[in-house]
Design a protein around this ligand. Structure first.
Ligand SMILES: Cc1cc2nc3c(=O)[nH]c(=O)nc-3n(C[C@H](O)[C@H](O)[C@H](O)COP(=O)(O)O)c2cc1C
Length: 271
């Protein structure tokens, strides 16, 4: 069974980054500072929670790896670097693992003041393939640009921006039934609140949480998607959940599940 946990995660740093992060699509075209790239590379090497997923830093990312209508929404422009998120396969465990590990690195990049945007569909896998060597069976499942967003916000602007633009997300009751009831311990409630603000493809927020025998279980809603796996989105939410649970004093690990739409179960004390 594949289990995912990052016991040494810098929880406060990543929780702050989770609240701050927005997808950024337009960058200033300038290379990132060598120290910033070094810090990203160190993070890539340090956080390896599973063999199901790995991430490669492309220091010089050609713009051709990003697809999309020129000038249209979603087109990534001016990003000097990128992270390539690779699954050991395109199977269920790899999808959830790539979401989980990729989000850890995206939050670390955010904490380093680097702009990011998960890109699950709009990249050119052939162009990416020319820059990373894939082992047999491996698949690129997503990429993210890394760079300085063209429009930088100073700290005062960020506060206003956050107040005026709360993240458009589903109400908590929709992603976790009766979250206010005693069935949900405080750590699990904190986990769901943090998962709620996670990014997802087309902002579809497919994660659904329930408590079963004292453990939190995450599943995706509706049918699986053929373009970007909903398990990948759930992996992202799982990373958010885990760091919030840890901040609330509980440690654990996600055990991946493959039955129907179940994605994983958070086993307490297993980390
Ligand atoms: C797995 C995944 C794939 C995504 N693919 C794309 C994409 O191809 N193009 C794009 O512009 N945004 C993409 N996004 C970004 C989402 O649209 C974005 O996360 C969502 O709208 C929420 O906005 P936020 O990230 O600013 O909170 C993707 C996000 C995820 C998690």
């Amino acid at each position: 069974m594949t289990t995912l946990s990052i016991p040494a995660a810098p929880v406060d740093r990543w929780l702050a980054a989770a609240r701050e992060r927005r997808s950024r699509r337009s960058f200033d075209g300038q290379p990132l500072a060598p120290e910033a790239l070094e810090a990203v590379q160190e993070a890539v090497e340090r956080w390896r929670p599973t063999d199901e997923a790995r991430v490669v830093l492309l220091r010089d990312a050609p713009e051709t790896i990003f697809r999309g209508i020129v000038g249209g929404y979603g087109r990534i422009t001016g990003a000097p670097s990128a992270l390539v998120m690779i699954g050991a396969s395109d199977g269920p465990a790899a999808q959830a693992s790539v979401g989980y590990l990729g989000e850890a690195l995206i939050l670390e990049a955010t904490a380093l003041d680097i702009g990011t945007c998960w890109v699950g569909g709009m990249y050119d896998s052939k162009a990416v393939g020319q820059h990373v060597e894939l082992a047999s069976g491996e698949r690129v499942l997503a990429i993210t640009p890394l760079g300085t967003p063209s429009e930088r916000l100073n700290s005062a602007e960020r506060i206003v921006y956050r107040a005026k633009n709360p993240k458009p997300r589903k109400p908590t009751d929709e992603i976790a039934a009766e979250l206010g009831s005693s069935a949900w311990p405080a750590w699990a409630r904190a986990g769901v609140e943090a998962a709620r603000i996670a990014p997802s493809a087309s902002n579809r927020q497919p994660w659904r949480f329930r408590m079963a025998d004292g453990a939190a279980v995450v599943a995706f809603d509706g049918p699986e998607s053929k373009i970007v796996s909903k398990r990948l989105d759930c992996g992202i939410a799982m990373l958010h959940f885990e760091i919030a649970a840890r901040a609330a004093g509980v440690s654990g690990a996600w055990e991946l599940l493959e039955h129907r739409s179940d994605v994983a179960r958070f086993a307490l004390g297993a980390a």
